[in-house]
Design a protein around this ligand. Structure first.
Ligand code: NAG
Ligand code: NAG
Ligand code: NAG
Length: 239
Protein backbone atom coordinates (compact mmCIF):
# COMPACT_ATOMS: atom_id res chain seq x y z
CA UNK A 1 0.00 0.00 0.00
CA UNK A 2 2.76 2.35 1.00
CA UNK A 3 4.63 1.44 -2.15
CA UNK A 4 1.49 1.99 -4.26
CA UNK A 5 0.89 5.43 -2.75
CA UNK A 6 4.48 6.45 -3.30
CA UNK A 7 4.35 5.28 -6.91
CA UNK A 8 1.05 7.12 -7.52
CA UNK A 9 2.43 10.27 -5.99
CA UNK A 10 5.55 10.10 -8.13
CA UNK A 11 3.42 9.51 -11.22
CA UNK A 12 1.15 12.44 -10.35
CA UNK A 13 4.13 14.74 -9.78
CA UNK A 14 5.76 13.49 -12.98
CA UNK A 15 2.62 14.16 -15.05
CA UNK A 16 2.19 17.62 -13.53
CA UNK A 17 5.79 18.42 -14.33
CA UNK A 18 5.70 17.20 -17.92
CA UNK A 19 2.17 18.02 -19.14
CA UNK A 20 2.49 21.17 -21.25
CA UNK A 21 0.67 24.23 -19.91
CA UNK A 22 -2.85 25.05 -21.07
CA UNK A 23 -3.71 28.26 -19.20
CA UNK A 24 -2.20 31.45 -20.62
CA UNK A 25 -2.51 35.03 -19.48
CA UNK A 26 -1.51 38.42 -20.82
CA UNK A 27 -1.05 41.65 -18.83
CA UNK A 28 -2.54 44.73 -20.48
CA UNK A 29 -2.20 48.42 -19.59
CA UNK A 30 -3.00 51.61 -21.53
CA UNK A 31 -0.41 52.18 -24.24
CA UNK A 32 0.59 48.52 -24.65
CA UNK A 33 2.23 47.76 -28.00
CA UNK A 34 -0.27 45.83 -30.10
CA UNK A 35 2.20 43.45 -31.75
CA UNK A 36 4.00 42.74 -28.44
CA UNK A 37 0.77 41.27 -27.16
CA UNK A 38 -1.00 40.05 -30.28
CA UNK A 39 2.08 38.50 -31.92
CA UNK A 40 2.57 35.85 -29.21
CA UNK A 41 -1.21 35.65 -28.70
CA UNK A 42 -1.80 34.91 -32.36
CA UNK A 43 0.69 32.05 -32.15
CA UNK A 44 -1.54 30.72 -29.36
CA UNK A 45 -4.75 31.54 -31.25
CA UNK A 46 -3.60 29.31 -34.08
CA UNK A 47 -2.32 26.63 -31.69
CA UNK A 48 -5.72 26.58 -29.98
CA UNK A 49 -7.32 25.41 -33.25
CA UNK A 50 -5.47 22.10 -32.94
CA UNK A 51 -5.11 21.93 -29.16
CA UNK A 52 -8.58 22.74 -27.94
CA UNK A 53 -7.96 22.66 -24.18
CA UNK A 54 -6.24 26.06 -23.99
CA UNK A 55 -7.58 28.93 -21.90
CA UNK A 56 -6.65 32.61 -22.20
CA UNK A 57 -7.08 35.18 -19.45
CA UNK A 58 -6.59 38.87 -20.18
CA UNK A 59 -5.50 40.70 -17.05
CA UNK A 60 -5.74 44.42 -16.36
CA UNK A 61 -6.61 46.80 -13.54
CA UNK A 62 -10.27 46.76 -14.48
CA UNK A 63 -12.47 44.41 -16.41
CA UNK A 64 -12.89 46.92 -19.20
CA UNK A 65 -11.31 47.74 -22.51
CA UNK A 66 -7.62 48.59 -22.54
CA UNK A 67 -6.34 50.81 -25.31
CA UNK A 68 -3.08 50.73 -27.23
CA UNK A 69 -3.22 54.54 -27.37
CA UNK A 70 -0.29 55.91 -25.37
CA UNK A 71 -1.72 58.34 -22.84
CA UNK A 72 1.43 60.46 -22.95
CA UNK A 73 1.36 61.11 -26.67
CA UNK A 74 -0.78 63.47 -28.65
CA UNK A 75 -2.74 60.83 -30.49
CA UNK A 76 -6.06 59.06 -30.26
CA UNK A 77 -5.15 56.47 -32.87
CA UNK A 78 -5.24 52.90 -31.62
CA UNK A 79 -7.40 49.94 -30.68
CA UNK A 80 -8.57 48.18 -27.55
CA UNK A 81 -8.76 44.72 -26.04
CA UNK A 82 -11.09 43.69 -23.24
CA UNK A 83 -9.81 42.29 -19.95
CA UNK A 84 -11.35 39.14 -18.46
CA UNK A 85 -9.81 39.43 -14.98
CA UNK A 86 -8.49 42.16 -12.72
CA UNK A 87 -5.09 42.02 -11.07
CA UNK A 88 -6.95 41.74 -7.75
CA UNK A 89 -8.75 38.53 -8.74
CA UNK A 90 -6.68 36.59 -11.25
CA UNK A 91 -7.49 32.98 -12.15
CA UNK A 92 -5.88 30.62 -9.64
CA UNK A 93 -4.41 28.25 -12.21
CA UNK A 94 -2.57 30.59 -14.56
CA UNK A 95 0.50 28.81 -15.95
CA UNK A 96 2.07 31.14 -18.54
CA UNK A 97 2.09 34.93 -18.40
CA UNK A 98 2.88 37.19 -21.36
CA UNK A 99 4.04 40.71 -20.50
CA UNK A 100 4.03 43.07 -23.49
CA UNK A 101 5.72 46.45 -23.64
CA UNK A 102 4.74 49.68 -25.32
CA UNK A 103 4.89 53.39 -24.57
CA UNK A 104 2.59 52.74 -21.60
CA UNK A 105 5.56 51.23 -19.75
CA UNK A 106 6.78 54.86 -19.29
CA UNK A 107 3.71 55.72 -17.25
CA UNK A 108 4.68 56.96 -13.76
CA UNK A 109 1.90 54.88 -12.21
CA UNK A 110 2.54 51.20 -12.92
CA UNK A 111 2.68 49.78 -9.40
CA UNK A 112 -0.49 47.66 -9.85
CA UNK A 113 0.99 45.98 -12.95
CA UNK A 114 4.41 45.46 -11.35
CA UNK A 115 2.90 44.19 -8.08
CA UNK A 116 0.72 41.75 -9.99
CA UNK A 117 3.69 40.36 -11.97
CA UNK A 118 5.75 40.01 -8.77
CA UNK A 119 2.92 38.36 -6.83
CA UNK A 120 1.78 35.88 -9.47
CA UNK A 121 5.26 34.86 -10.60
CA UNK A 122 5.94 32.11 -8.01
CA UNK A 123 2.79 30.23 -9.07
CA UNK A 124 3.56 30.47 -12.81
CA UNK A 125 5.34 27.85 -14.83
CA UNK A 126 6.57 30.29 -17.49
CA UNK A 127 6.77 34.01 -18.20
CA UNK A 128 7.37 35.62 -21.60
CA UNK A 129 8.48 39.26 -21.41
CA UNK A 130 8.37 41.15 -24.72
CA UNK A 131 10.12 44.38 -25.67
CA UNK A 132 9.80 47.09 -22.98
CA UNK A 133 7.61 44.64 -21.04
CA UNK A 134 10.99 43.50 -19.73
CA UNK A 135 11.17 46.73 -17.72
CA UNK A 136 8.03 45.75 -15.77
CA UNK A 137 9.49 42.31 -15.05
CA UNK A 138 12.83 43.89 -14.08
CA UNK A 139 11.09 46.37 -11.78
CA UNK A 140 9.30 43.42 -10.17
CA UNK A 141 12.81 42.15 -9.31
CA UNK A 142 12.42 39.01 -11.40
CA UNK A 143 15.39 39.73 -13.69
CA UNK A 144 17.84 40.41 -10.84
CA UNK A 145 21.08 38.46 -11.32
CA UNK A 146 19.78 37.25 -14.68
CA UNK A 147 20.41 37.92 -18.35
CA UNK A 148 17.67 39.64 -20.32
CA UNK A 149 17.09 41.71 -23.42
CA UNK A 150 14.49 44.20 -24.63
CA UNK A 151 13.69 46.94 -27.09
CA UNK A 152 16.85 48.18 -28.83
CA UNK A 153 15.52 51.61 -29.82
CA UNK A 154 14.80 52.30 -26.14
CA UNK A 155 17.89 50.43 -24.91
CA UNK A 156 19.38 53.01 -22.54
CA UNK A 157 16.00 53.54 -20.85
CA UNK A 158 15.22 49.81 -20.74
CA UNK A 159 18.54 48.86 -19.18
CA UNK A 160 18.27 51.63 -16.57
CA UNK A 161 15.09 49.95 -15.25
CA UNK A 162 16.98 46.87 -14.08
CA UNK A 163 20.29 47.71 -12.44
CA UNK A 164 20.86 44.13 -11.29
CA UNK A 165 20.27 42.62 -14.72
CA UNK A 166 22.91 41.67 -17.28
CA UNK A 167 21.36 43.13 -20.42
CA UNK A 168 22.29 41.39 -23.67
CA UNK A 169 22.08 43.68 -26.69
CA UNK A 170 22.65 41.32 -29.62
CA UNK A 171 19.79 38.93 -28.94
CA UNK A 172 16.46 38.13 -30.54
CA UNK A 173 15.57 36.62 -27.18
CA UNK A 174 17.31 35.42 -24.01
CA UNK A 175 16.42 32.55 -21.70
CA UNK A 176 16.75 34.41 -18.42
CA UNK A 177 16.00 31.20 -16.55
CA UNK A 178 14.17 27.90 -17.04
CA UNK A 179 11.01 29.88 -16.44
CA UNK A 180 11.60 33.19 -18.24
CA UNK A 181 11.86 34.06 -21.93
CA UNK A 182 13.00 37.66 -22.41
CA UNK A 183 12.54 38.91 -25.96
CA UNK A 184 13.77 41.88 -27.89
CA UNK A 185 11.53 44.55 -29.44
CA UNK A 186 8.00 44.14 -30.76
CA UNK A 187 8.16 41.47 -33.53
CA UNK A 188 10.83 39.53 -31.59
CA UNK A 189 8.03 38.45 -29.25
CA UNK A 190 6.79 36.11 -31.97
CA UNK A 191 10.19 34.44 -32.33
CA UNK A 192 10.44 34.19 -28.55
CA UNK A 193 6.95 32.72 -28.38
CA UNK A 194 7.78 30.21 -31.14
CA UNK A 195 10.95 29.20 -29.26
CA UNK A 196 8.79 28.77 -26.18
CA UNK A 197 6.43 26.56 -28.20
CA UNK A 198 9.35 24.53 -29.54
CA UNK A 199 10.81 24.08 -26.06
CA UNK A 200 7.56 23.21 -24.33
CA UNK A 201 5.46 21.51 -27.06
CA UNK A 202 8.07 20.37 -29.55
CA UNK A 203 9.74 21.41 -32.77
CA UNK A 204 6.98 20.11 -35.07
CA UNK A 205 4.36 22.25 -33.33
CA UNK A 206 6.53 25.39 -33.54
CA UNK A 207 7.38 24.77 -37.20
CA UNK A 208 3.73 24.16 -38.04
CA UNK A 209 2.66 27.38 -36.32
CA UNK A 210 5.32 29.45 -38.09
CA UNK A 211 4.26 27.97 -41.45
CA UNK A 212 0.57 28.62 -40.72
CA UNK A 213 1.42 32.23 -39.83
CA UNK A 214 3.78 32.52 -42.85
CA UNK A 215 6.31 33.88 -40.37
CA UNK A 216 9.95 34.24 -41.44
CA UNK A 217 11.15 32.75 -38.23
CA UNK A 218 14.42 33.55 -36.47
CA UNK A 219 15.53 30.34 -34.72
CA UNK A 220 18.94 31.53 -33.47
CA UNK A 221 18.52 33.63 -30.30
CA UNK A 222 21.73 35.54 -31.16
CA UNK A 223 20.56 36.45 -34.67
CA UNK A 224 19.78 40.13 -34.17
CA UNK A 225 20.54 43.03 -36.46
CA UNK A 226 18.80 45.69 -34.39
CA UNK A 227 21.45 46.09 -31.67
CA UNK A 228 23.81 47.42 -34.37
CA UNK A 229 21.12 49.55 -36.01
CA UNK A 230 20.26 51.25 -32.69
CA UNK A 231 23.80 51.21 -31.27
CA UNK A 232 22.82 49.04 -28.30
CA UNK A 233 25.58 47.40 -26.27
CA UNK A 234 25.56 44.95 -23.37
CA UNK A 235 25.00 46.48 -19.93
CA UNK A 236 26.44 44.70 -16.91
CA UNK A 237 24.65 44.62 -13.58
CA UNK A 238 25.66 47.36 -11.15
CA UNK A 239 27.22 45.68 -8.12
C1 NAG B 1 -4.45 19.17 -23.47
O1 NAG B 1 -4.55 18.53 -24.71
C2 NAG B 1 -3.34 17.91 -25.15
C3 NAG B 1 -3.55 17.42 -26.57
O2 NAG B 1 -4.71 16.64 -26.66
C4 NAG B 1 -2.96 16.80 -24.19
O3 NAG B 1 -1.76 16.20 -24.57
C5 NAG B 1 -2.79 17.41 -22.80
O4 NAG B 1 -2.53 16.39 -21.86
C6 NAG B 1 -4.03 18.17 -22.38
N1 NAG B 1 -3.72 18.86 -21.16
C7 NAG B 1 -4.50 18.81 -20.10
C8 NAG B 1 -4.04 19.57 -18.90
O5 NAG B 1 -5.55 18.18 -20.10
C1 NAG C 1 -10.12 50.90 -12.40
O1 NAG C 1 -10.20 50.40 -11.08
C2 NAG C 1 -9.68 51.27 -10.11
C3 NAG C 1 -9.74 50.55 -8.79
O2 NAG C 1 -9.04 49.35 -8.88
C4 NAG C 1 -10.47 52.57 -10.11
O3 NAG C 1 -9.92 53.46 -9.16
C5 NAG C 1 -10.42 53.18 -11.49
O4 NAG C 1 -11.24 54.31 -11.55
C6 NAG C 1 -10.87 52.21 -12.54
N1 NAG C 1 -10.64 52.77 -13.86
C7 NAG C 1 -11.52 52.68 -14.82
C8 NAG C 1 -11.13 53.27 -16.11
O5 NAG C 1 -12.60 52.12 -14.67
C1 NAG D 1 -2.04 67.92 -30.23
O1 NAG D 1 -2.46 67.87 -31.59
C2 NAG D 1 -3.46 68.82 -31.91
C3 NAG D 1 -3.92 68.57 -33.33
O2 NAG D 1 -2.83 68.58 -34.21
C4 NAG D 1 -2.92 70.22 -31.70
O3 NAG D 1 -3.93 71.16 -31.94
C5 NAG D 1 -2.44 70.37 -30.26
O4 NAG D 1 -1.82 71.61 -30.07
C6 NAG D 1 -1.44 69.25 -29.90
N1 NAG D 1 -1.12 69.35 -28.50
C7 NAG D 1 0.11 69.16 -28.03
C8 NAG D 1 0.26 69.22 -26.54
O5 NAG D 1 1.06 68.94 -28.74
Amino acid sequence: MKHFLTTSLLLAVGVAATTPPTHFGVVLFPGFQALDAFGPLDVLNVFSLQQTNLTLSVLARNVSSVTTVPQTMNTTFGESAVATHTFDSPPSDLEVLIVPGGLGTRSPDLEPEIDFIRTIFPSLRYLIAVCTGNTLVARAGLLDEKKATGNKKAWSWVTAQGKKTHWIAKARWVRSSEKIWSTSGVSAGVDGALNFMETVYGEDIATGLAQYLEWNRVTDPNDDEFAAIWGAEDVLPVE
